[in-house]
Structures are given as C-alpha cells and as structure tokens.
Design a binder for this molecule. Structure first.
Ligand code: TNX
Length: 538
C-alpha cells in the first residue's frame, strides 16, 4: 500500500477541522434541560441529556386550528434565531418535526397546561387546549439559545427531556393605565407580546380616569373627542376608536390574552364631567399633595356645567351624582357599547378611591353597576372597595391593600384577584433614586416584587376564591414605551411566576439566578429593563 501524501494531509486537516467544530459546538450545546432558566418555573422537568438539532429543515406540524400558534413559533424562530422552519399540517419526514398536538383527557394539564417532549429526533407539544400549546411554545422558545443578531447560525441545539407544566392560578394579569398617559395601539401590542412571553393571560386596560377618556363611545362622542384630548402634563392624549380597540382585542386573543376593559366609576370621572356638563354634580377642586381627601360637604358649585380638563395627578376628588337622571343613561350606554366590543367575560367598573362620593350613594352605585354589567352578559370586576356593595359570586374584587375588604367580598361569594400595592404596583419606584414612579405604597425592588404569596396576603380567605394575581402599571409618571419597560421589567416576570408556579417551589435565591440568565434575552427583545443590583445579570 502506497501512502498518498496529499490525501493523507487532507484527511488530517478534515479531522482537525471537525474536531475544532465539535469543540466549538460543544461549548454551546445545552444538554441538561433542568439546568436551563425558564420563567415561570415549570412544574416538572425530566432531562434526558442529549440534544435535538433545530434547523431550516425542521418542520412545524400542526392541525389547522393551531396554525396561528405554529406561524407564531416559526416567525419568532426566524426573527430571533434566523432559522427558517416550515409550517405544515402533515410532514413526510419521520424525524426533525416539531409537532403541536391537541390531546384530550389529561386532567392534570387542565385548560392551560402542556407537555413538551424534546427527543433527539423530534419535538412534541401536547395539550388539551390551544392555550396550552401556546404556553408550550413559550417554554420551547426559552429553551432555545438566546437570540443573538451578530451570531446567527444555521442550526440551534435544544436539550432533550420532558416538561410537564400547568398554572397555579387562572388569572395572571397586567394592568396598563392608558388614561393618565395615552399609549397607542402599537405600544399596547408590544406590551401584549412581552407579557405573553411570561405566560400571562389577562391585560386589564384602564380606559378612563380624571385625566383622559380613551375609548370611542358612539352614543356619547365627546367623551373621546374632548375627554380624550389631553393627559397628565398637558400633552395631546388620544383614544382608541372601537375598530382599534377590536384590533387590540384580536391581537391579544392570538396570544391567549383576555382584555379586561376598565371604565372607572363613580370616582376618577373628571374626563367625562368635562365632556358632558349634565353629568357634573359639582366637583371638589383638587388641592396640592396626593390623596388630600376633601370632605363630601365641600362639593363646590358648578353643577351642570362641564368641568375643566385635568392634567394633574391628584386622586379621589371627582364623582358621578347618584340623583341625576343623566348619570345612569350615561353608565348604561357606555357599558353596553363596551360589552359589545369585548368578547372576554369581564368588564371592570373601577370603584376605587371614590372619596367624595357619600358612602350610601357609593353602595347604591356599585349595586347598579353590577346589575348593568350583568344585564350586558358580563361579570363585573371592581377594585377592593366594591366589597361594600351588594356583590355576589359573579363579581371579582381586586385587592390593592385591604385584607378586610377581601374577607368581606369572599363572604358575599365573590372571587378575588390580588394586586398588593407594596409588591405588585409596577409604578412604585425601585428605590429613592429611581428616575420615574411614585412611592406612596413602598419602594419595590425586584426581590420585593417576587417575595410574596397570594394566600399569605389574605390568610383567612378560602384559597379556592383566589383567581390569581395582577401587576398594575399606573402611568402618572410614565410617558413612553421606554418608561413602561423600565418599570415593568424585571419585576413582571416575577409576578408572572407567582401566578403560574406553586408557592412551595419558589425561592428568591433560586429565582434570581434564572432572572439573571434572562438578561441577555431581555436585551435581545430590546427591553429597556432596570438592571437591579440585586441580580447578577448575565
Ligand atoms: C392608586 S389603588 C390608584 C390609582 C393611582 C395609583 C398610583 C387604586 C385602585 N388606585 O388611581 O394611579 O394609586 O400609584
């Protein structure tokens, strides 16, 4: 046998090259599924320690009713990893598929759970309902490598194993106040995208307040035209046409998010009083300082005349008038039009901080609002104070600081959601140096937003009555998307985890490592998050 020098060198070079390639792949190749940073933390992860290669020859196989979610996954893989997978209802290849499969009867998974099985040859997401498939997709995207525009490659490796996962609570929400400052449709869609990455399923939109009315009401056009024409600080404000609102609702639905619209009644109502003088029963002019509560007897004159638009940030100084006929025509028309364009089951009537409404009047108001909301086929949601009214099991009361009101609400049969202002108010500053935000409830660092448990907030309440949690972003000091992101991240992923993952498995020390590992992902998603010093950011 003669030794051929050229081919010998060639073989050697090939060997060195492939060893080098192996080496560099190896560094990147995650093979321990349980070592990855998934938020919210899944219920169970069983790693099998090999890997699946995702590439442009991979096919997403999904039945027609999951086409939207399949397209969503393919778009994100394309945009974030530069990998172009195809979507099909059937696949001719035996392996190399990501199959989205609706199963039935896996009781443990419920309506939102999923099972994600990653094997060397294929990936399968099983769920009873489309929502579960969507959450399985979110988990898959967090298992995939961190998006990196500068270093996109042809393929990505995924660690193998099985994840079985389902939420602890059915209501995992975020409230966005679009009244104090107005945010357009594109901003709201970005918020929807970002909260959906963390498996939240409710976006509560604060559509009215003293400073602005943000939804077109055809039977009362001035509400939006005049009441929506400014905002805190005197900027130009804005409002959604009903068509734009429907577009937001549909976009949210494609991410399995329910829109809960809020019209704040009977207080926080100046934008309406400014638009229609006949609604004005006389207001108290706000004084300086927050929560200066004027007495009811101090109601000034000016009845039946439109109030001035308001661009300050005081609360609790305006009210509807119970004894005015115009009031209930207004409430009926508004809630009817709103219910008609809201496919979700809930309409929120506010009910908070009605400091200048007499207590008896307040209770009668809440009773009437409940009737009107229910007559329009919806369930009423209200802030905790609504517990004083004649509420029933069809009502959801939203906690912000009073355990007493929650006990009262639950005794009357209502369900509750929790937004403790000391933990879940995203407009609270992180510390005294935070450039925007308020601090009346507390300074809320990222660990304080994570370190709480819904059940512990309301110790004597039957756990079955707790529907879930909601992070709340009031926008008195929030002017643009950068501000929204800075206050929302990194606190929101922690609140999403409180809503999804059981309390027993949660600890800040373990969570903060996963959160730190999300730094590169949040940067890839171009989120302007607050880089808290309490987290070691990767
Ligand atoms: C309280 S707590 C409010 C809002 C303010 C917020 C500011 C509650 C239900 N209402 O009107 O915007 O504080 O942090």
């Amino acid at each position: 046998m003669t030794f051929n020098f050229t081919s010998g060198v060639r073989v050697l070079m090939l060997l060195i090259l492939s060893a080098g390639m192996l080496q560099s792949c190896k560094k990147e190749e995650p093979t321990d599924l349980s070592a990855l940073s998934i938020i919210p933390k899944p219920v169970s992860i069983v790693p099998t320690r090999t890997s699946f290669t995702l590439s442009s020859s991979t096919t997403i196989v999904a039945p027609p009713e999951l086409k939207g979610t399949a397209d969503y996954l393919s778009e994100r893989l394309n945009k974030e990893l530069g990998i172009n997978v195809t979507v099909a209802t059937e696949s001719s290849q035996r392996g190399d598929n990501i199959s989205l499969v609706l199963i039935s009867g896996d009781g443990e998974l419920g309506d939102e759970g999923y099972e994600l099985v990653i094997e060397e040859e294929s990936v399968t997401i099983n769920a009873n309902k489309p929502a579960g498939i969507f959450y399985g997709v979110q988990t898959l995207l967090q298992i995939a490598p961190v998006p990196d525009k500068a270093q996109q490659s042809e393929a990505a490796t995924l660690a193998t194993g099985t994840i079985r996962d389902y939420p602890n609570y059915s209501w995992r929400g975020t409230m966005l106040d679009v009244s104090r400052h107005f945010f357009g449709v594109d901003d709201v869609k970005r918020v929807i995208d970002l909260i959906s990455y963390y498996k939240m399923n409710v976006l509560h939109l604060g559509l009215s307040n003293d400073q602005g009315w943000r939804i077109e009401i055809k039977s009362w056009p001035n509400l939006a035209l005049h009441g929506g024409s400014t905002q805190v600080g005197g900027g130009k404000g804005g409002y959604y046409t009903q068509e734009q609102y429907k577009d937001i609702v549909a976009y949210a639905a494609s991410r399995y998010i329910t829109i809960v619209p809020e019209i704040d009644l009977p207080g926080h109502i100046n934008a309406a009083l400014a638009s229609y003088g006949e609604l004005n029963g006389g207001i108290v002019v706000p004084k300086e300082g927050r929560l200066v509560v004027p007495s009811t007897s101090g109601i000034l004159d000016g009845k039946n005349k439109p109030t001035d638009l308001y661009t300050g940030i005081e609360v609790g100084w305006s009210t509807l008038r119970l004894d005015k006929p115009a009031t209930f025509k207004f409430v009926n028309d508004v809630l009817r039009e709103l219910a008609a364009i809201t496919p979700g089951p809930y309409v929120h009537i506010g009910g908070d901080e009605a400091h200048v409404t007499k207590k008896d009047d307040y209770i009668q108001f809440i009773n009437k609002f409940r009737e009107i909301v229910q007559a329009n086929g919806k369930k009423m949601v209200g802030w905790e104070e609504v517990a004083q009214g004649n509420i029933d099991e069809g009502v959801v009361a939203q906690y912000w600081h009073s355990e007493k009101y929650m006990e009262m609400a639950v005794e009357k049969g209502a369900n509750i959601i929790l937004s403790p202002s000391k933990h879940a108010y995203l407009d609270m500053q992180y510390d005294s140096t935070t450039r925007i935000g308020l601090h009346w409830a507390a300074y809320v660092e990222v660990d304080e937003a994570y370190n709480w448990d819904p059940q512990a907030e309301v110790k004597d309440v039957d756990p079955k009555k707790i529907l879930g949690v909601e992070a709340a972003l009031w926008t008195e000091t929030v002017e643009n998307m950068t501000d929204i992101e800075f206050l929302t991240f990194p606190r929101l992923p922690g609140i999403a985890e409180i809503g999804w993952s059981p309390a027993e498995g949660r600890s800040w020390y373990e969570y903060k490592v996963r959160l730190g590992a999300h730094g590169p992902r949040m940067r890839a998603w171009e989120i302007d998050y607050y880089p808290s010093k309490r987290v070691d950011w990767k």
